[in-house]
Design a protein around this ligand. Structure first.
Ligand code: ITT
Length: 220
């Protein structure tokens, strides 16, 4: 079976990604499974740029089909912050970052606390394939030619809308999940099981498109 490398060091992401991709006919391996410890400098201005940067760096190192995720939280009352800096918003733990966010929002009324999680999945494809095969609605294609080899990157996007709570609730998930309230479920993301989160999250929406693409890609 061909391998698919998941280019993330975030164990919360790995759990969610593996659960969605469980049935695809590819052997899924994390960076630790292949003994690779690479720190990619995320200096892109957008989620898409950073996702591509991570997929391309690891893909070029391994020469294997590689999936990367760049994601984050945008809070309207903070002009879209923490955005692409979500993982680096404050030094320390997830709770330190949550506390900084809640402090910044302390005078903001409930109805003004709208926020969204965004996710961009980038897939690095090391082999040369006719471009027409990748011409679909959702995936945007980037090709580059290096040393006579054509490498391709396809991206998939997902968004999940909600509100920031006044205090953390729930202990599942990771990152900002305890303060991200989903009005249609009446719960924070950290009160959802893995399966429940994977029915509604930004990551699952992007990954389901990626899964459909991979299913077809693999049968080409
Ligand atoms: P990799 O770069 O190794 O994948 P990372 O955690 O640094 O891991 P990002 O740069 O994409 O990943 O930062 C995403 C941050 O956004 C993440 O650390 C969380 O703080 C937050 N985030 C993204 N998706 C989330 C989710 O589903 N639930 C809660 N927080 C999330």
């Amino acid at each position: 079976m061909k391998e698919l490398i998941i280019a993330t060091s975030n164990s919360g992401k790995i759990r969610e990604i593996k659960d969605i991709l469980v049935d695809i006919p590819l052997e899924i391996k994390s960076l630790s499974d292949i003994g690779l410890d690479v720190d990619v400098e995320e200096n892109g201005k957008t989620f898409e740029e950073n996702a591509i940067l991570k997929a391309k760096t690891i893909g070029e190192k391994t020469g294997l089909l590689t999936l990367a995720d760049d994601s984050g939280l945008e809070v309207d009352a903070l002009g879209g912050k923490p955005g692409v800096n979500s993982a680096r918003y404050a030094e320390g733990t997830d709770l330190d970052r949550i506390n900084k966010l809640l402090k910044e929002l302390k005078d903001i009324l409930k109805e003004k606390r709208a926020a969204r999680f965004r996710c961009v999945i980038a897939l690095y494809i090391p082999l040369s394939h006719p471009e027409s095969r990748f011409d679909r609605d959702e995936g945007s294609l980037i090709s580059s030619v290096q040393n006579d080899n054509v490498e391709k990157i396809v991206t998939f996007k997902g968004v999940s809308e909600g509100y920031i709570t006044e205090k953390p609730v729930g202990s599942n998930g990771f990152g900002y999940d305890p303060v991200f309230y989903l009005p249609e479920l009446g719960k924070t993301s950290a009160q959802l099981t893995l399966k429940e989160k994977n029915r509604v999250s930004h990551r699952s929406k992007a990954l389901i498109k990626c899964r459909d693409f991979l299913t077809n890609y693999n049968s080409l």
